[in-house]
Ligand binder design. Structure first.
Ligand SMILES: Nc1ccn([C@@H]2O[C@H](COP(=O)(O)OP(=O)(O)OC[C@H](O)CO)[C@@H](O)[C@H]2O)c(=O)n1
Length: 327
């Protein structure tokens, strides 16, 4: 047994050489058949090349010796600049690339750019989500994955006159004084997250998360939470965080079974271990890979350890598990 450097528990050192199973990861493909451009802050974006990054990811997962069992796409499948009349075909083109993955299912989540382009109901259907945008699955005995809908409470993705959209606009109005609610100008520190391109997990979803984690904890399962929006300030820019990350984290911490929270959205990526020993890894974006470069990876799951093996701009990250029940 090893003392955890953060002093929050103990780590069972993993001696296994072969993973129990592996899964592929990719974030922010934001594909569009349009010329290269830049983000609002001037970072180059390669809208056509991003699907090539996905193609290379799928080839890599398919050729993985021990087998990649499923893959997780962390949202923003299509870019907001994609012409609206070509958005559905752009999403279908990306889904077709995921269909070339032979290892198992591809699990998707909603990002803000998905919702700029298509109605949520159409996305849930084309991305083959189980009737709604938050769900859980168990790919291996003793392991559970939770996919969050980080735009459940949001000013994007709901019809303008929908009560959720109206409540989210009021929420932003109270926290962001700018006339352009996408602008964090003047907001300090973590308050910079109160912008329209972010969102939150609604009350009903929080209750669902609580019950999934309670059951997982009772069954002794190890849980990985997947969300487009990062949940920890140490793993992302303040302007990239989920609006109610503190509420979501409180639920995550309550049951002591979550090993890691994986996210996309903040394209440069990030990593932190929180005070309860939960790993937070924000994945580097496929969209911002200059031609010929990559950002994807696979996570090897060992008893007591998750090991992200990154390709190209996606950094590798070793994540020894610090779960209270392991102590
Ligand atoms: N300061 C800003 C930043 C952005 N906008 C506008 O908001 C929309 C979404 O921005 P975008 O950078 O495309 O969003 P991503 O989801 O790709 O990335 C999120 C960040 O990386 C989180 O850290 C777009 O219309 C921008 O122009 C803005 O007005 N002001």
């Amino acid at each position: 047994m090893l003392a955890h450097p953060g002093g929050v528990g103990v780590v069972r050192a993993s001696v296994a050489r072969e993973p129990l199973f592996s899964f592929g990861v990719i974030a922010d493909v934001q594909y569009a058949d349009i010329p290269d451009g830049r983000s609002f802050l001037g970072v180059p974006r390669y809208y056509r090349h991003s699907i090539t990054v996905l193609q290379r990811a799928v080839r890599s997962w398919n050729s993985h010796k021990a087998g990649v069992k499923f893959c997780v796409n962390f949202g923003d499948i299509v870019d907001g600049f994609c012409p609206k009349d070509r958005s559905l075909s752009a999403v279908q083109a990306v889904v077709a690339e995921f269909d070339r993955f032979h290892g198992g299912p591809a699990y998707h989540m909603l990002g803000n750019h998905c919702l700029y382009n298509l109605p949520r109901s159409e996305l849930v259907s084309v991305l083959r989500m189980p009737g709604r945008a938050y769900y859980d699955f168990s790919p291996w005995p003793g392991y559970r994955f939770v996919v969050l809908d980080a735009y459940d409470f949001s000013a994007v993705g709901w019809p303008r006159d929908h009560p959720v959209a109206a409540a989210a606009r009021r929420f932003l109005e109270e926290r962001n004084p700018n006339s352009d609610k996408n602008s964090p100008t003047g907001l300090a520190g973590e308050d910079r997250r109160f912008v329209m391109f972010n969102g939150g997990v609604g009350e009903k979803q929080l209750r669902w998360l609580d019950s999934v984690l309670r059951d997982a904890s009772r069954r002794g399962e190890t849980v990985v939470v997947c969300s487009h929006l990062p949940l920890h300030p140490g793993a992302a820019s303040p302007a990239g965080l989920m609006w109610n990350y503190e509420e979501a984290l409180a639920v995550v911490h309550r049951h002591g079974c979550v090993a890691a929270c994986l996210a996309g959205h903040d394209h440069k990526g990030g990593y932190a271990v929180d005070a309860c020993g939960v790993h937070h890894r924000t994945l580097e974006a496929a969209l911002e890979c200059p031609p010929g470069t990559d950002a994807f990876g696979h996570v090897n799951v060992f008893p007591g350890r998750l090991s992200l093996v990154g390709s190209g701009r996606m950094a590798s990250t070793d994540m020894p598990l610090v779960l209270p029940r392991l102590s």
